[in-house]
Design a protein around this ligand. Structure first.
Ligand code: HEM
Length: 159
């Protein structure tokens, strides 16, 4: 959990984007993120889900610029995006969500950011990551064979 002072510091206009080093800073962060994901076997599972080529780096860097309050670079090139829907074809459970967030933690630690900014960003990114996990869970539950899907529903209701 983070305190409201951090929200005041980073949540206004493009304060987060500027603190992260603007476009160059966000690109560096995303390059480190994907370098770590591609080289650390702990993240192999989610790395293997990515299509070949560098489009994932470009897409994430552009998206994060706007998400941090900077220019909406993703939409300029790729059009509108809904983050949970963009992941609904994947099987994201808590395991993959934690892999993604841990990889981001490692990438953030490589930047020259104040510790409070690192903590703030992981905290803020946890919200869309959780929305992705829930969207994938709902979608995948619908695609399970009937008996498994019903078992899942029951366990959610505490049966
Ligand atoms: C929860 C864990 C996450 C996993 C396992 C994950 C994994 C992936 C994968 C495998 C792709 C490539 C999909 C494809 O092209 O088929 C992708 C795309 C993308 N991800 Fe994530 N992601 C996660 C969380 C996030 C978060 C939290 C954000 C942003 C806040 C994000 C932003 C994006 C963006 C912008 C794209 C490009 C989407 C597109 O243009 O279609 N992801 N992600």
């Amino acid at each position: 959990m983070i305190d409201s002072a951090m929200h005041d510091q980073y949540g206004q206009r493009d304060a987060t984007f500027q603190a992260a080093g603007g476009e160059a800073g966000v690109c560096q962060l995303v390059n480190d993120f994907y370098d770590i994901m591609s080289s650390n076997p702990n993240y192999r599972r989610i790395y293997d889900w990515h299509p070949d080529g560098n489009s994932a780096r470009d897409k994430l860097a552009r998206f994060l610029c706007g998400w941090m309050g900077g220019p909406r670079r993703y939409q300029e090139t790729y059009g509108p995006i809904n983050i949970p829907n963009a992941h609904r074809h994947l099987w994201v459970t808590n395991l993959e969500k934690d892999m993604w967030l841990n990889c981001m933690r490692e990438a953030l630690a490589r930047q020259n950011y104040p510790k409070v900014l690192e903590v703030y960003l992981v905290d803020q990114l946890s919200a869309p990551a959780e929305m992705i996990r829930r969207t994938c869970e709902t979608r995948n539950a619908r695609h399970l064979p009937g008996h498994l899907s019903r078992t899942l529903d029951k366990s959610k209701k505490g049966h």
